[in-house]
Design a protein around this ligand. Structure first.
Ligand code: C5P
Length: 410
C-alpha cells in the first residue's frame, strides 16, 4: 500500500556528513508521490547546497525564517506538514528538541507542529553512545518521537559503531509505515503467541519450537496501528511489546481460558500461537520414574482455541496462522474454510523458514482473495499483515465475521 501519495513531508536537514544522503531521501519521497519541503539548519549548508533540494522538490528551500517579515514560516510549515522527518539529526538537534528550544526555524516547527515527528540520528558513535545523547533520545521517544536508527557500521571519521544515518530506502519505509498507524484505532485486538506446554508430570512437558516472535510482532504492529492490544503468550523469552497488555500462560487449556475471558469484548482475534494439537490424556501428579520397559504415552486432542472463538455467536474477526511444510496455497484455503475464519496467514516451515527465525514470508488468504507478503523481518511482515487485516475488517460485516455468517447473509 502506498501511503505517501499526496502527503506533505517536511524534511529537516542538519549539518552532518550524511546530509548528502538527504538528497536521495527527498528523491525517493517524491518518487512515492509525496510533496516535500526542506528546511535546512545553518550548518547543513556547509555539507549540501539548497539548490540541490530546490531542484529535487520543486519547492522553495528554507534556511531560516524567510525575508517577508511575517515571521510565520514556522507556523505555516508546521501546519502544512503531515510528517516531519529530520535526517540527518545531529546530537545538537536531538538536545535542542529534548529541551523544547525554538532557536532556529526547524526547532520552532517541531514545537509548533501537531504532525508526528521522525528523527534519523547521525553522528560519531561516541557522541551517540554518550549518556547525554542517550537521555535526550529517551526523552524524545517518551514524547512519541519516532527514532529511525541509527545504523551500525563504519563511520566517516573511521570509527566503527552505532551512529550511521539509516539508509534512505529504510527511512522512506519508516515514514510510509508511520501513515499505516491508526488503521486499527479504537479497536480491541487479542493475539495469541508462542508455544504451549502440555504437562506429562510435574517436570516434563510436550511443546514445540515456536519462539513467539511472529505473534509478538503482530501484537506490536497492531499496537502501532492504534489498537488496544492484549497478548496471550505461551512461554517465550521475549520482552513485552511496548503498550501491549501481556498475559502469560503455559498450557493450551490455560490459553483457551485466558482467550475466552476476553474474546467477547475484542473486535479482532489473531491466533498466532503454536498451540499443541494434543495433550497427555493424563498428567502424572508425581515425576514419572525411568523404567526398562517401553513407555506408551496416551494423548488426547487439545482444545482448538481458534475454532472455539470462531464458533462464538458474535465472533470477532478471526485471523489464523498455519505452518505448512508443502502445498501452501491449497492448504491455506482449505484450513481457512475448515476453521470457519475470515483470514488465514500461511507460511512454509523448514530448516531456515518459519519457526525460531527472525524473518518470515506469508501467504494471506481470505474469501475471494490472497496476498503474498515477501520475506522480511517478522515485524515488517506483521505491519503488512496488520494493514491487510485492517482493510478486510473494514470491508466485512461487523456484527459477525465467520464464514457461516457470510454464507447465511449471502
Ligand atoms: O490446525 P492448525 O494447528 O494448523 O491451525 C493453526 C491455527 O489454529 C493457528 O492460528 C493456531 O494459533 C490455531 N490453533 C489454536 N488451537 C489449537 C491449534 C491451533 O488456536 N489447539
Amino acid at each position: 500500500m502506498n501511503f505517501l501519495s499526496g502527503k506533505h513531508i517536511l524534511v529537516g536537514v542538519c549539518g552532518g556528513i550524511a546530509a548528502y544522503k538527504s538528497a536521495e531521501l527527498v528523491r525517493l519521497l517524491r518518487g512515492a508521490g509525496a510533496r516535500v519541503r526542506v528546511v535546512m539548519t545553518a550548518s547543513a549548508g556547509e555539507f549540501v547546497g539548497p539548490r540541490t533540494f530546490q531542484a529535487l522538490t520543486g519547492e522553495a528551500v528554507w534556511q531560516g525564517w524567510s525575508d517577508d517579515r511575517s515571521g510565520m514560516d514556522h507556523i505555516e510549515l508546521a501546519r502544512w506538514a503531515d510528517r516531519v522527518l529530520i535526517a540527518p539529526a545531529t546530537a545538537d538537534v536531538l538536545a535542542r528538541l529534548a529541551q523544547g528550544r525554538a532557536d532556529d526555524l526547524l526547532a520552532a516547527i517541531c514545537l509548533a507542529t501537531s504532525a508526528p515527528l521522525l528523527v534519523a540520528p547521525a553522528m560519531n558513535q561516541a557522541m551517540w553512545g554518550h549518556p547525554a545523547t542517550q537521555a535526550n533520545a529517551a526523552v524524545l521517544c517518551e514524547r512519541g518521537v519516532r527514532l529511525c536508527g541509527p545504523a551500525t557500521g563504519e563511520q566517516a571519521c573511521g570509527d566503527i559503531g552505532a551512529g550511521r544515518m539509516l539508509e534512505p530506502p529504510l527511512l522512506l519505509q519508516a515514514i510510509s509505515d508511520s501513515f499505516g498507524r491508526g488503521l486499527l484505532a479504537g479497536l480491541k485486538v487479542l493475539v495469541t503467541a508462542g508455544p504451549t506446554r502440555e504437562a506429562l508430570d510435574p517436570v516434563r512437558f510436550l511443546s514445540n519450537r515456536s519462539s513467539g516472535k511472529m505473534g509478538y510482532a503482530v501484537a506490536a504492529a497492531a499496537r502501532e496501528a492504534g489498537a488496544e492490544v492484549t497478548l496471550i503468550s505461551g512461554p517465550v523469552s521475549l520482552d513485552r511489546p511496548a503498550g501491549v497488555a501481556l498475559v502469560r500462560v503455559e498450557s493450551a487449556q490455560q490459553m483457551l481460558e485466558a482467550v475466552m475471558q476476553r474474546a467477547g469484548a475484542c473486535d479482532i482475534f489473531v491466533a498466532a500461537a503454536a498451540v499443541a494439537d494434543y495433550q497427555p490424556a493424563e498428567t502424572a501428579s508425581r515425576k514419572l520414574k525411568r523404567q526398562s520397559a517401553e513407555l506408551t504415552l496416551k494423548l488426547k486432542p487439545a482444545p482448538d482455541i481458534l475454532a472455539t472463538v470462531a464458533g462464538l455467536p458474535a465472533a470477532p474477526f478471526c485471523v489464523g496462522f498455519a505452518a505448512e511444510t508443502e502445498n501452501l496455497r491449497h492448504n491455506a484455503h482449505k484450513k481457512r474454510l475448515g476453521k470457519g475464519i475470515a483470514m488465514l496467514a500461511a507460511n512454509l516451515v523448514g530448516p531456515d523458514l518459519g519457526f525460531d527465525v527472525d524473518e518470515n514470508a506469508l501467504l494471506v488468504v481470505w474469501e475471494g482473495g490472497e496476498l503474498h507478503i515477501e520475506k522480511d523481518t517478522k515485524y515488517r511482515v506483521a505491519l503488512r499483515l496488520v494493514e491487510q487485516i485492517a482493510g478486510r475488517y473494514q470491508a466485512s460485516p461487523h456484527d459477525k465475521h465467520t464464514e457461516s455468517h457470510a454464507e447465511h447473509s449471502a
